[in-house]
Ligand binder design. Structure first.
Ligand SMILES: [Fe+2]
Length: 355
């Protein structure tokens, strides 16, 4: 699914080459976006900023028509995504002021825009370059809805059920609009009493949804139970096993994956590989193993062919990833060495460049 890419030392880069991946600073800021056509000035700036390598789309890997179509798809995706984030942001402001969910608006965005977003090839990969700390809560709601929607497609769920589960994804954290902002946006670790207040968001969201006459049980349980875990270790009720609804199980997986791969005020984002490791470790006790298996085995298709920076400083490309063993990843470095990451625990993926 990823484009055919080649790693170049910056000194080999030439004007006119097309960036195959975002150039991201050590702090996670996007300095130049994928698909940018390089100019002399840009190459000089990258050198001043201390970058030594970049990822370029190989000339013969994609026809110009295909490349243009992908660029056009990406522009439409970004515009629809931004529009959805704005609507969710307004919905949060509305509920904070009026204590009620403007659910018709959210329903509309679910049925039209989010359904279109999940139909875009590469949608889950695009989410990795659309991150901002300021809009975290709203972007997270949209991201969870998109991940849930894509997962529903992989799980072969029908269109009507998919729409309800996307709706649950968009609304899953709506109760956070009723949590005091000083706790919600606190940059440091929450104290135990603050954590207790924060944890109320699941029940507050469920109650607000009921008050807004949202009657679908999947949606209500998706909101109320998305922090429940199958071993009973979650909240707010501490239920487990079959008591946890399917909608809550699917939202939980999307929630964990997106939260881990997002920048937070208290830490930088983790790579998808760290999130994948967590899902693997939790899938046999806390999360639904069947849903995790489908998610992880499909997710690997996004990352094979992806350029990465290793913790030893070398650039490389993922050439193999096992969908059912999180650490079985093979990286071919720019100098031609193939590294099995599960046999070289000292070397890990530090940064990845999704095209
Ligand atoms: Fe939550």
């Amino acid at each position: 699914m990823a484009a055919k890419l080649r790693l170049y030392l910056l000194e080999e880069a030439k004007p006119g080459m097309v960036l195959g991946a975002d150039v991201v600073s050590a702090r996670g800021k996007i300095m130049l976006s994928a698909n940018t056509i390089l100019t002399d000035g840009m190459i000089q700036r990258l050198s001043c900023w201390g970058f030594t390598g970049i990822v370029i789309i190989e000339d013969d890997a994609e026809s110009p028509a295909l490349r243009n179509k992908k660029r056009a798809d990406r522009v439409v995706f970004n515009a629809q995504y931004d529009q959805t984030v704005t609507i969710v942001k307004k919905a949060f402001e509305h509920i904070r002021m009026f204590k009620e969910i403007p659910f018709e608006q959210i329903r509309e965005v679910t049925d039209d825009t989010v359904m279109a977003l999940i139909g875009t090839p590469g949608a889950l990969g695009y989410l990795h370059s659309l991150r901002s700390i300021d809009n975290y809560t709203f972007q997270h709601s949209v991201n969870v809805a998109i991940i849930v929607g894509v997962l529903c497609k992989w799980l072969d769920r029908g269109e009507e059920e998919t729409k309800e589960l996307i709706f649950a994804g968009l609304l899953h954290d709506i109760g956070k609009a009723l949590v005091p902002p000083e706790i919600l946006n606190k940059p440091g670790k929450l104290t135990p009493p603050e954590m207790g207040i924060m944890k109320r968001h699941a029940t507050l969201g469920y109650e607000a949804a009921r008050k807004a006459a949202i009657l679908n049980r999947d949606v209500l349980k998706g909101i109320w139970q998305h922090h429940e875990r199958l071993d009973g270790s979650g909240y707010p009720q501490g239920i487990g096993g079959e008591e946890v609804a399917f909608s809550a199980k699917i939202v939980a997986i999307a929630d964990i994956y997106d939260a881990m791969t997002s920048d937070r005020v208290y830490r930088n984002r983790l790579t998808p590989f760290a999130a994948i490791k967590t899902l693997f470790e939790s899938m046999f006790d806390k999360l639904d193993a069947a849903i995790c298996t489908v998610f992880l085995s499909n997710l690997k298709d996004y990352f094979v062919g992806t350029a990465v920076n290793l913790t030893d400083g070398r650039l490389g490309e993922i050439i193999y990833m096992d969908g059912l063993a999180w650490d079985r990843i093979t990286v071919k470095t720019a100098d031609g060495e193939c590294i099995e990451l599960h046999e070289n625990h000292d070397i890990q993926i530090d940064v990845f460049f999704y095209a």
